[in-house]
Design a protein around this ligand. Structure first.
Ligand SMILES: Nc1nc2c(c(=O)[nH]1)N[C@H]1C(S)=C(S)[C@@H](COP(=O)(O)OP(=O)(O)OC[C@H]3O[C@@H](n4cnc5c(=O)[nH]c(N)nc54)[C@H](O)[C@@H]3O)O[C@H]1N2
Ligand SMILES: Nc1nc2c(c(=O)[nH]1)N[C@H]1C(S)=C(S)[C@@H](COP(=O)(O)OP(=O)(O)OC[C@H]3O[C@@H](n4cnc5c(=O)[nH]c(N)nc54)[C@H](O)[C@@H]3O)O[C@H]1N2
Ligand code: SF4
Ligand SMILES: [Mo]
Length: 814
C-alpha cells in the first residue's frame, strides 16, 4: 500500500499556472445576491492565477448516477473557482483515472447556486405553495422533536416514514440511501424506529422477479470487464454511455473490454442511444414493453431449429419441457409448450407473431436468434428501463431466458441476462443500528400509505413484516430526495394528497436547494454540500477496479447551513438520545472510527493511515481475482453449489410465483405468471385507451442531470435542452417541426416541451429526459416538462413497483 501512496502522490501533476474560467458577470451576480465572501471577482472571462494561491482539495460527486467520481476542487480565498478530477495512476486500463463527467465538473455551480437554501425555514402558506419564513435552528429542532413526540404518542413509530432519497447515496456518514443506512435511520433507531420501505425506483421489478428464477436476494451478471472473453454482446435497453458516464464507470469498461474481444453488440431499444454508436453495432428498435414477446419469437426459432443447449437445460433448469416440470404444475405449462403453442393459450410464438407485437421484422428476429444461439460465449444483458414498466417483472425474466436457453449462464464471456456486475472495494459503513419496527412497505406505495393504509395488506399491497399496515404515514423525513413530488409518479395526484395536511401531518425536507419537493416541506433544513464537509465516497459501478475517495472540506459551510449529522445530533438531544446517537463523536471522529473498521476488514488499507489517505484522496483496489462471473460455482458443480431456489436449479417455471398468482388479490388485468411469458400491459400499445392516446412515452435517464440533481445548473441546461424525441412520421402527422413547442398530455396531466424530430426513435414512441423540474402554471400545466406529470401511481403487479416508463399520451403543437 505504501507503494501505491507514493506513486499516487508522485503522479499528482504540480501545475505552475491555472486557467480560471470566470463566467464573470453571471457568477458575480449570483454571489452578490447571496452575499458570498468572494474576494476574487474576475472582470475578464479568463484569468491566469498563479498555482501558489490555489488550494486543491479532494472531494467526490456523491449523486445517484451509478458511477462515482473523484473531484479536486480548486479553492482560492475560500471559494471554489474550478473543479478538476482524478489525476492519479498510470491512466492505463486497470490503473485508470476515475474522471468526472460534465455534471461533476460543474459541482461548484451547485454550491454557489441561486436556489441554495440558506437557513432553516417553516412553511407559512398552504403546503406546496412554496411560501416560507426564516426560523432559528433551535426553533426548527424544537418543532421537529415536538411533532415526533406527539405523533409517536398518537400513532406509534410506524407512522414515521423515511422516504426514498438518493441525492447523496454516495456518501458514508451523509449517505441518503438505502433508508436503513442513513444518519436519519440511526436517529430514529435510537428512539423506537420508523416505517421502512423495500425496493427502489431503479430496480423494483427486476430485483423482485429474477430471484424467483435464480434464487437469492439479488441476481447480477458477469462483470463488464469480463466482456474481454465474449464474442457477442446482446443488450436490451442498457445505455451506459449516458447512465454510467464516468471515466471509471461501466461505459469505459465496456469500451475497453470490447476493444480487446472485438465483440459485436446488438442493442434492442426503442431509441438509438449513445451506447449504440460503435462501428459493428446494430440497433434494433422495438416497441416499449414488448421484450418478452421478442424473446418468445427468438425462442421459437431456437427450439424449432434445434439451436438450444439441451445439455445445459436438462442439467441446470426446471420447467423447460414437460419432463422437468415440478409435480404441482399443470400439464402444458412448460416453457417449450408455451413457445410451441401447446400451452394454455394455444398460440405458437412464431417470429411473425412476435413481429406484430414488437414491430421488429420477422426476418430480423430469425437472423438474430440464429446469431445469438450460435455465437458462444455470448453476454446477454439488460438495463433497467424496460423493467420500470407495468409488466417489467415478466420482461426482465424473459430476457434471462435467452441466456438460459443458450447455456451461457456461469461461463466467462457469457452471462445471466441481468444487469452487469462490478467489483466493490471492501470499506466499512456508518453504523445505523437496527430498526425495532419490522413493517415495511413497497417504496412506491408511500402516497397510498398516507391515504388508505387500512386497506393495505401483504396480499393486496405487498406489505412485509406484518399482515397489514396498522398506521397511516403521519411524518415524513425527506433527506436528499426529490420523490416528494418530482421523482414520484403522477405529480397531480401527489399534490392533492400532500396539500391536505390533516393526512400526513409533517414533512421535513433536508436539501441544498429549493427543489420541487422542498416546496412541500413544513420544515425545510439547509444542508451542506459534499464540498463543505468531510466524508468517504466508496465506488459505484466500476468494472473490475474498485476505489474509495476521501472527500475533504473544500470550503467552509455557506450561510447557516449545517451537516445532516449535526442536525440529527441537535434533534437527538431534544429526544433524549444524544449520547446513544453520537457515542461522543463528531463527524470527523466517526470518519476516523469508520476508517479504522475498514482497515480491519481490508488488509490492503493496513499501513495507509487516515491522514495519508486524506492527502492521497483516492485509493484504488483491483479485484484480486478474475472479473466476476455470476453463478460460476453453480455451473461448475450444481450439486455442491445449488442455487438458492427451492429446487436448487434455475426455475423457468416458478412454483412460488404460481402460488402468489393464485393467493394475491390483483387488480384488473394485473398479471403474475409462473413462466416468463409475454403479457400486454394496461398502459401498453394494446391497452383500451391506446386509440385516444396513441403514443407510447417513456423518460430516459439523461446526461443533462442525475435525475433532478444538477437540473438547475445553467450550463448543463443550455447544452442539453429538455425536449421530447419524436419520429418524423409522427411529427408530420401532427404538422410538428423540430424545435417547436409542444403540449403532451393524457388523463393525468399536461406538460409543455420542445420537439426533437429524429429518426433515432421509432414511430409510435416518444421519449424525453426524466428528472426535469416540475413547474406547474396556474392551470396546472407543467412548464417544467417533468415526466411524472404524465405517469401513473398504479403499481406493477408483483413488485408493487413504479411503472414510470409505461405511459400513453397524445401530442400536439402548443
Ligand atoms: N418518470 C420517471 N421518474 C423516475 C425515474 C424514471 O426513470 N422516470 N427514475 C426513478 C429512479 S431510478 C430514481 S433512483 C429516482 C431518483 O429520485 P431522487 O432520489 O429523488 O433523486 P434526485 O432527483 O436526484 O433528488 C435528489 C435530491 O437530493 C438533493 N441533494 C443532492 N446532494 C445533496 C446533499 O449533499 N445533501 C442534501 N441534503 N441533498 C442533496 C438534490 O438537490 C435533490 O433534490 O427517480 C425515479 N423517478
Ligand atoms: N446521466 C444520468 N445517469 C444516470 C441517472 C441519471 O438520472 N442521469 N440515473 C441513475 C439511476 S438511479 C439509475 S436507476 C440508472 C437507470 O438506468 P436505466 O434504467 O437502464 O436507464 P433508462 O434510461 O431508464 O433506460 C435505459 C434504456 O432503456 C430503454 N427502454 C425504455 N423502455 C424500453 C423497453 O420497453 N424495452 C427496451 N429494450 N428498452 C427500453 C430506453 O430507451 C433507455 O435507453 O441510471 C443511472 N445513471
Ligand atoms: S454525475 Fe456520475 S459520472 Fe458524472 S461526475 Fe458525478 S458521479 Fe461521475
Ligand atoms: Mo435509480
Amino acid at each position: 500500500m505504501k507503494e501505491i501512496v507514493d506513486k499516487a502522490l508522485a503522479s499528482t501533476v504540480k501545475r505552475r499556472t491555472f486557467m480560471k474560467w470566470g463566467t464573470a458577470a453571471g457568477s458575480a451576480a449570483v454571489v452578490a445576491a447571496n452575499t458570498l465572501p468572494l474576494k476574487a471577482s474576475a472582470s475578464s472571462a479568463v484569468e491566469t492565477v498563479s498555482a501558489e494561491e490555489i488550494k486543491s482539495v479532494w472531494s467526490a460527486c456523491t449523486v445517484n448516477c451509478g458511477s462515482r467520481c473523484a473531484l479536486r476542487h480548486q479553492v482560492k480565498d475560500g471559494v471554489i473557482i474550478h473543479t478538476e478530477t482524478d489525476n492519479t495512476g498510470e491512466d492505463v486500463y486497470g490503473d485508470h483515472q476515475v474522471r468526472a463527467c460534465l455534471r461533476g465538473r460543474s459541482f461548484r455551480k451547485r454550491v454557489y447556486n441561486p436556489d441554495r437554501l440558506k437557513y432553516p425555514m417553516k412553511r407559512v402558506g398552504k403546503r406546496g405553495e412554496g411560501r416560507f419564513e426564516r426560523i432559528s435552528w433551535d426553533e426548527a429542532f424544537d418543532t421537529i422533536a415536538d411533532n415526533l413526540k406527539r405523533i409517536k404518542k398518537e400513532y406509534g413509530n410506524e407512522a414515521i416514514y423515511l422516504n426514498y432519497c438518493t441525492g447523496t447515496l454516495g456518501g458514508t456518514v451523509s449517505k441518503s440511501w438505502p433508508p436503513a443506512a442513513t444518519p436519519i435511520a440511526r436517529l430514529m433507531n435510537c428512539w423506537g424506529g420508523y416505517l421502512n420501505h423495500y425496493g427502489d425506483y431503479s430496480t423494483a421489478q427486476i430485483a423482485i422477479s429474477l430471484p424467483y428464477m435464480f434464487g437469492g436476494s439479488w441476481v447480477g451478471n458477469n462483470c463488464t470487464s469480463d466482456l474481454v472473453n465474449t464474442r457477442l454482446v446482446v443488450n436490451f435497453g442498457n445505455n451506459p454511455a449516458e447512465t454510467r458516464m464516468s471515466g471509471g464507470g461501466v461505459i469505459y469498461h465496456l469500451a475497453e473490454a470490447r476493444k480487446r474481444s472485438n465483440a459485436r453488440m446488438i442493442t434492442f431499444d426503442p431509441r438509438m442511444t449513445d451506447t449504440t454508436l460503435g462501428a459493428n453495432d446494430e440497433w434494433v428498435p422495438l416497441r416499449p414493453g414488448t421484450d418478452a414477446a421478442l424473446v418468445a419469437g427468438m425462442a421459437w426459432v431456437m427450439i424449432t431449429e434445434n439451436l438450444v443447449d439441451n445439455d445445459f437445460l436438462s442439467k441446470y433448469t426446471v420447467g423447460y419441457d414437460e419432463n422437468s416440470l415440478p409435480d404441482s404444475a399443470p400439464k402444458g405449462s412448460s416453457w417449450k409448450s408455451y413457445i410451441l403453442g401447446n400451452g394454455k393459450d394455444g398460440v405458437e410464438k412464431t417470429p411473425q407473431w412476435a413481429a406484430k407485437i414488437t414491430s421488429v421484422p420477422a426476418e430480423t428476429i430469425i437472423r438474430l436468434a440464429r446469431e445469438i444461439a450460435m455465437t458462444k460465449p455470448c453476454n446477454i444483458m439488460q438495463g433497467w428501463g424496460l423493467q420500470r414498466t407495468a409488466n417489467g417483472e415478466q420482461a426482465s425474466r424473459a430476457i434471462c431466458m435467452l441466456a438460459v436457453m443458450t447455456g451461457n449462464v456461469g461461463l466467462p464471456g457469457g452471462g445471466t441476462g441481468a444487469r452487469e456486475g462490478s467489483y466493490s472495494m471492501p470499506f466499512a459503513a456508518f453504523p445505523t443500528l437496527s430498526n425495532p419496527v419490522k413493517t415495511s412497505i413497497p417504496m412506491f406505495l408511500w402516497t397510498d400509505a398516507i391515504t388508505r393504509h387500512d386497506e393495505m395488506t401483504d396480499k393486496t399491497d405487498g406489505i412485509r413484516g406484518a399482515e397489514r399496515l396498522s398506521q397511516p404515514i403521519k411524518f415524513i423525513w425527506n433527506y436528499a430526495g426529490n420523490c416528494i413530488i418530482n421523482q414520484h409518479a403522477d405529480t397531480n395526484r401527489t399534490h392533492e394528497i400532500l396539500q391536505d395536511d390533516s393526512k400526513c401531518e409533517m414533512i421535513v425536507v433536508i436539501d441544498n436547494h429549493m427543489t420541487a419537493s422542498a416546496r412541500y416541506a413544513d420544515i425545510l433544513l439547509p444542508d451542506l454540500t459534499a464540498a463543505e464537509q468531510p466524508d468517504f465516497a466508496p465506488n459505484g459501478s466500476c468494472g473490475n477496479m474498485g476505489y474509495t475517495i476521501f472527500c475533504d472540506t473544500a470550503v467552509e459551510p455557506l450561510y447557516e447551513c449545517r451537516s445532516v449529522y449535526e442536525m440529527c445530533t441537535g434533534i437527538a438531544k431534544r429526544l433524549g438520545v444524544e449520547q446513544a446517537y453520537t457515542e461522543g463523536r463528531d463527524q470527523e471522529a466517526w470518519l476516523r472510527h469508520i476508517y479504522g473498521e475498514s482497515q480491519k476488514m481490508n488488509p490492503e488499507l493496513g499501513d495507509l493511515d487516515f491522514d495519508a489517505f486524506r492527502e492521497m484522496g483516492i485509493v484504488k483496489q483491483k479485484n484480486p481475482g478474475e472479473p466476476h462471473v455470476e453463478f460460476r460455482a453453480f455451473r461448475e458443480n450444481p450439486e455442491a453449489n445449488p442455487l438458492a431456489t427451492p429446487s436448487g436449479k434455475i426455475e423457468i417455471y416458478s412454483e412460488r410465483l404460481a402460488d402468489i398468482a393464485s393467493s394475491w388479490v390483483l387488480g384488473e388485468s394485473d398479471i403474475i405468471r409462473a413462466l416468463p411469458e409475454y403479457a400486454s400491459s394496461w398502459e401498453g400499445h394494446e391497452a383500451d385507451h391506446a386509440e385516444q392516446y396513441p403514443l407510447q412515452m417513456f423518460g430516459f435517464h439523461f446526461k443533462a442531470r442525475t435525475h433532478s440533481t444538477y437540473g438547475n445548473v445553467d450550463v448543463l441546461r443550455e447544452t442539453n435542452r429538455q425536449e421530447v424525441w419524436i419520429n418524423p412520421v409522427d411529427a408530420q402527422k401532427r404538422n410538428i417541426k423540430d424545435g417547436e413547442m409542444l403540449k403532451v398530455w393524457n388523463d393525468r396531466g399536461e406538460i409543455r416541451v420542445a420537439a426533437k424530430v429524429t429518426e433515432r426513435i421509432m414511430p409510435g414512441v416518444v421519449a424525453m429526459g426524466q428528472g426535469s423540474w416540475y413547474a406547474p402554471d396556474r392551470n396546472g400545466v407543467d412548464r417544467g416538462a417533468c415526466m411524472n406529470t404524465l405517469t401513473t401511481q398504479r403499481p406493477s403487479p408483483l413488485a408493487k413497483g413504479n411503472p414510470q416508463h409505461s405511459n400513453l399520451v397524445e401530442i400536439a403543437k402548443a
